[in-house]
Design a protein around this ligand. Structure first.
Ligand code: NAG
Length: 375
């Protein structure tokens, strides 16, 4: 593997209102199901008619969407603009459904954002970032005894799904998730760790490009955040340094309250068996992914025919499996299980499944493992 990646400045996706996404969910679920069917269940024969129908009903569906996700717009003009974006996203979800038939695509909390807004407000900038000086290359591990299915959630190594809000801080959630798992393996205690410490205090820069640095809600990288955590001494608990979703505060790191320490961190090779072996041996892995299909993802195994490998989102790989794969594929195919940071109401209880085998959406090409100090 090359010593430097064309790494991207990762950030995130979420909108502030999604914190309220559980509001009014139960009383609109019937209408929501209808909407989902309309978006995804069109059959080839009557495309034009179906399009017409779903657009005729779009106003109604937009009302349901606004209630479900607690959306409010300041002006009528803004409202009408968001309605037109919403309509375009109904068509886009339908396109995603065709490109990605083993997942279900439809309305999500992002359905009033254009793809460009989704990327530019919530995904951050592309930067070249070299690997931090303390990164190792992960040792090549034996792969012959790997279990066919594995999920760190079943072994107590994964905290509940968190929510980054409207802040490009996905990289900090991927980092804490990996260290939470490593710390669990080292100490037998599962402790939720502070993303806000990383958002406020971690300004680790590319060793060769001094203006590419971890920068709060404007993005960052997991490897740089591991480097920061190694140098600073460790991370505090979530409850001692809670998440605020903004990067306007000052650093409140208190060394006397460190809850988990990095021993070392390593980059894992592209090989999927090596990724699986590192996952099983070392705990959940920090990974980067292209998030384009995640804007409309609802459930299932995402396996798009085409997906850019340009990563723009940091997430946590917690397991893999084969069961439950759509019968359309004739036989079961393995997938990765990914913890996201957009709250438990997104995707499958906050999780995403993506197929293995083709480095889909770049999921295999920026994988890091971290080890915690066992004190
Ligand atoms: C990383 O740290 C762990 C735990 O302290 C140790 O067992 C392992 O050998 C270290 N790996 C490297 C590459 O230094």
């Amino acid at each position: 593997m090359a010593s430097s990646f064309a790494l991207l400045f990762l950030s995130s996706l979420l909108i502030a209102t999604s914190f309220r996404s559980s509001l009014a969910e139960s009383d609109v679920s019937g209408g929501d199901d209808l909407l989902i069917r309309q978006v995804v269940d069109h059959d080839n024969a009557n495309d034009v008619v179906s399009d017409e129908n779903s657009l005729l009903n779009a106003d109604h569906h937009f009302e349901i969407f606004k209630r479900k996700f607690g959306k409010a717009y300041a002006t009528q003009k803004e409202h009408d603009h968001r309605l037109s974006v919403f309509k375009a996203n109904l068509r886009r979800a339908k396109r995603h459904q065709k490109l990605d038939p083993s997942a279900v695509h439809g309305v999500t909390q992002f359905s009033d954002l254009t793809p460009r807004e989704f990327r530019s407000q919530f995904l951050g900038l592309n930067r070249r970032l070299r690997l931090p000086s303390d990164a190792h290359k992960a040792a090549i591990l034996p792969t012959n005894d790997l279990p066919t299915d594995f999920d760190w959630r079943e072994h107590g190594a994964v905290t509940p799904v968190k929510n980054q809000g409207s802040c490009g801080s996905c990289w900090s959630f991927s980092t804490t998730g990996a260290l939470e798992g490593a710390n669990f393996l080292a100490t037998k205690n599962l402790v939720s760790l502070s993303e806000q410490q990383l958002v406020d205090c971690d300004h680790e820069c590319d060793p060769e490009e001094k203006d590419s640095c971890d920068s709060g809600c404007n993005g960052g990288l997991m490897n740089s955040a591991f480097e920061y955590t190694l140098k600073s001494g460790g991370l505090m608990r979530e409850e001692d340094y809670p998440y605020t979703g903004t990067d306007r505060g000052s650093c409140k790191f208190d060394k006397s309250k460190i809850a988990a320490k990095v021993s070392n961190f390593s980059v894992v090779s592209l090989d999927e068996d090596q990724i699986a072996a590192n996952l099983v041996k070392n705990g959940p892995l920090a990974v980067a992914i292209n998030a384009v299909f995640m804007q409309t993802y609802m459930k299932g195994v995402s396996c798009p025919f085409i997906c850019s490998k340009r990563q723009d989102h940091g997430v946590l790989l917690v397991g893999y499996g084969q069961s439950g794969y759509a019968p359309i594929r004739l036989k079961e195919k393995p997938y990765w299980i990914i913890k996201n940071s957009w709250g438990p109401n997104w995707g499958e209880d906050g999780y995403y499944k993506i197929c293995q085998g083709r480095n889909i959406c770049g999921v295999d090409s920026m994988v890091s493992t971290v080890a915690a100090v066992s004190t």
